[in-house]
Design a protein around this ligand. Structure first.
Ligand SMILES: NC(=O)c1ccc[n+]([C@@H]2O[C@H](COP(=O)([O-])OP(=O)(O)OC[C@H]3O[C@@H](n4cnc5c(N)ncnc54)[C@H](O)[C@@H]3O)[C@@H](O)[C@H]2O)c1
Length: 424
């Protein structure tokens, strides 16, 4: 097995890749994070690995074959492009691009590069989603007509907020929930092999305020989710959400075919239910079949121990296999940037209460030129660039200097109290 020498950029989520890449025969040789305290901690944990605070020095580390890009959510593309220009393979956390213009630039860079590019979208590889793909691809459901995907991950409470959102310019403070669409949508594309071609979205807003929120720290954003309708290339329809903040936590998916349907069950997500109508039940199956699927793979034990229901093992595996085989993966640059584009266009649509947008085909230059100069973003750049479009359709809740300062004061107070408790 060829040793793949890799580096990790962004050591929050990025650190989760270290073990999974190693399980797939890769060797960690360099790490990079501007947070020096975190960097030093990780350097001690990984002796012999070179640590950098500066990406440009990191990417020039001798012998680097591949990088995991896991810096701020909306700032992956410029760094991925720099790696691709050096023919270094890229495994990019979601989302691949924070703006339409960057999505176009990323596709162009990947086409010029000899390197592999993969979106590290892990939810499709969860056990139940792999089972739903196996069943759908067997043909037993007929043709997909309609499907649903939900990533409902409410995060409330001072501890969560302070850990995940260190200051009021951080991406999590400003990100429209629909920008985080990949966990809801990618599994549907993976299971069915179908991609959206036109979308429209409605916002779901309910402001976090001191009155309705359980804690002192609250996101100014009222944005809880957006419901996105996708009209697909094969005439089917998907209904998906972004990173939703309502009700109970669940990642659920439902595929309705012309003959039968399969879904994982809300509140018991590891279980899948496969159903048919009594007028036609395929041989060997019942009208309703409910079960907990098992892995049907050689690396079962490695997958079982990996994060996100085994999904984290598979993103690293598919990436390493793609490098060794010299073949772009299914979640290639076109797939990744299309998902980013759907998220960005869904937000534009939600701001306009449902105006539809065509999803660009990034293989086509005519579609790229339409978007190549659109760098509008609802998030702050880490160079201090302010947002250029609203993060919410409710103008009165767009974060202001005053509300951001209030959040920063509350965060500082939270950490002061926490540190005092720990030291006392
Ligand atoms: N697929 C999943 O299940 C999953 C889970 C968690 C996070 N993520 C994704 O992973 C990415 C990172 O998430 P996170 O929670 O670690 O985010 P984060 O914002 O908490 O941390 C990002 C890290 O990158 C570092 N960083 C940012 N810009 C840098 C720069 N220019 N130079 C050096 N270091 C820099 C920061 O110091 C920080 O340590 C995001 O895109 C997020 O969406 C995916």
């Amino acid at each position: 097995m060829t040793k793949i020498r890799f580096g990790v950029f962004g050591l929050g989520r990025g650190d989760d890749f270290v073990g999974n890449m190693k399980k797939n025969g890769a060797e960690l040789i360099a790490i990079c994070d501007k947070n020096e305290k975190l960097l030093t901690k990780k350097q001690e944990q990984y002796p012999g690995v070179t640590a950098y605070t500066d990406f440009d020095k990191f990417i020039n580390h001798e012998g680097l074959d591949a990088v995991v890009i896991a810096n701020y959510f909306h700032e992956h593309a410029p760094y991925a492009i720099k790696a691709l220009e050096k023919n270094i393979h890229v495994l990019s956390e979601c989302t691949p691009a924070g703006t339409m213009g960057e999505a176009v630039a990323l596709v162009r860079a990947a086409e010029k590069s000899e390197a592999i590019y993969m979106l590290a979208e892990n939810y499709p590889y969860m056990k139940f989603n792999q089972e739903m793909r196996r069943v759908y691809q067997s043909g037993v459901l007929g043709k997909v007509l309609y499907a649903e995907g939900e990533y409902n991950h409410p995060i409330w409470g001072d501890g969560f907020t302070a850990e995940l959102c260190p200051d009021s310019k951080h991406w999590r403070y400003h990100m429209p929930r629909v920008y985080y669409i990949t966990h809801a949508l990618a599994p549907l594309c993976y299971i069915t092999g179908v991609m959206p071609k036109r979308i429209s979205a409605f916002p779901i807003s309910y402001p976090h305020t001191k009155e309705n929120f359980m804690g002192d720290l609250y996101w100014r954003l009222p944005d809880r989710s957006a419901m996105v309708s996708c009209f697909n290339e094969d005439g089917s329809v998907f209904r998906v959400f972004g990173w939703s903040q309502f009700g109970g936590h669940d990642n659920t998916y439902r595929i309705c075919g012309s003959i039968g349907q399969i879904e994982n069950v809300r509140g018991d997500t590891e279980r899948v239910t496969l159903r048919f109508n009594d007028s036609f039940i395929p041989e060997g199956l019942k009208e309703s079949n409910s079960y907990y699927p098992e892995w049907n793979i050689e690396d079962k034990d490695l997958a079982e121990k990996a994060g996100h229901g085994g999904g984290d093992f598979f993103t690293s595996k598919v990436f390493c296999d793609s490098i060794r085989e010299g073949k772009q993966p299914m979640f290639d640059v076109y797939f990744g940037t299309t998902l980013s584009a759907i998220a960005i266009l869904a937000h534009k649509s939600a701001l306009e209460y449902g105006v539809p947008y065509d999803v660009p085909d990034f293989h086509l230059e005519e579609d790229r030129v339409k978007w190549e100069n659109d760098f509008s973003s609802p998030m702050w750049g880490s160079d201090g660039t302010p947002p250029t479009i609203p993060s919410t359709e409710l103008a009165e809740y767009i974060p202001t200097e005053e509300s951001m300062a209030e959040f920063d004061r509350a965060t500082e107070a939270y950490w002061a109290k926490k540190n005092a408790e720990n030291n006392g």
